[in-house]
Design a protein around this ligand. Structure first.
Ligand SMILES: NC(=O)c1ccc[n+]([C@@H]2O[C@H](COP(=O)([O-])OP(=O)(O)OC[C@H]3O[C@@H](n4cnc5c(N)ncnc54)[C@H](O)[C@@H]3O)[C@@H](O)[C@H]2O)c1
Length: 284
């Protein structure tokens, strides 16, 4: 069963599954209780891109916090194993590099990103309290920047922005001087990590970082996208948004030890596959 309120998601992304008798799609907002019978719950509901999560910040916090309470309540009622898609944003603008799971983070509690960062932090707190207090079977991963086909063309995150701008021949928007770095994980690698984590024995709770440690500046990313799309777009520099982290890179040693996981798709290959997808979307 797939549950979504379609705030940033699209039915088109699951259209190919609708004819499968084992697949059910339900429009539902996780800030309201849900009564279904399932064995396992993946709690992924939450806008993840700053433009979307800052559109209605109160709803963003509600989605993370009330959403976690409702999904944990459901898991408790039906005795289901429950997985939480947490985020590298729980580390905020980190003082150590790369970030291991033991790092508590440096997060602004009152800034424009706080609805997302603090919402996800509170969701983690709820997961671990349900684990300690109610013995719930929880699995928590902290996802670092992930990209790939089926992202929304107006998602607002850097990989899709650059690709769509390059394909359309529009200026590539770079915030700041482009020297800030990010690591980019291809979606198939991430999902492989999700499945491995969900299948770990009882008591393996995480949090576990999932991401690709390869680190690139925004300028390097823009140059690669321009080359792979053979685009003549120019670079356009804009001021850095508030609380934008300067550097972010996952320490994935724990994922290696616990899950035998490491990313396989490098940036070059992942960008090629994503560009292929966006060429089709932009053309239609
Ligand atoms: N992609 C990344 O780089 C990244 C990084 C860290 C964490 N995450 C987390 O992974 C999860 C999925 O992210 P994504 O990149 O696929 O983003 P996305 O925006 O593509 O997907 C989020 C989905 O949640 C749905 N949703 C939002 N609010 C909801 C609500 N109140 N009730 C029901 N559904 C709701 C949206 O419609 C959408 O389908 C999110 O929880 C996000 O915070 C993603």
């Amino acid at each position: 069963m797939c549950v979504d309120n379609f705030f940033t998601g699209s039915k088109k992304n699951v259209a190919h599954l609708l004819s499968n008798p084992d697949f059910e799609l339900m429009r539902h907002d996780v800030t309201f209780p849900l009564y279904v019978e399932v064995d396992r719950i993946f709690n992924l509901a939450c806008p993840a891109s700053p433009v979307h999560y800052q559109f209605d910040p109160v709803q963003t916090t509600k989605t993370s916090v009330h959403g976690a309470i409702n999904m944990l309540g459901l898991a408790k009622r039906i005795k289901a194993r429950i997985f939480q898609a947490s985020t590298s944003e729980v580390y905020g603008d980190p003082e150590i590099h790369p970030q291991p799971e033991s790092y508590w983070g440096k997060v602004n509690p009152v800034g424009p990103r706080s609805c997302y960062d603090e919402g996800k932090r509170c969701a983690e707190t709820l997961f671990f309290d349900y684990f300690r207090q109610h013995k719930l079977d929880i699995k928590v991963v902290r996802i670092f920047n992930t990209y790939g086909p089926r992202m929304h063309p107006n998602d607002g995150r850097v990989v899709s922005n650059f690709i769509v701008q390059a394909i359309k021949g529009e200026d590539i928007t770079i915030y700041g001087d482009g020297s800030q770095t990010r690591s980019f994980c291809y979606v198939d690698d991430l999902i492989d990590g999700f499945v491995r984590m969900m299948n770990t024995p009882d008591g393996v709770t995480g949090p576990v970082n999932l991401g690709n440690p390869g680190e690139f500046t925004m300028l390097e990313l823009a140059e690669r996208v321009l080359r792979l799309t053979a685009s003549r777009s120019k670079l356009s520099f804009k001021p850095l948004p508030a609380d934008d982290p300067k550097q972010r890179q996952p320490d994935i040693r724990l994922a290696g030890e616990l899950l035998g996981w490491k990313p396989k798709v490098d940036l070059e290959e992942g960008l090629k596959r994503t560009i292929h997808y966006f060429r089709h979307v932009v053309a239609n």
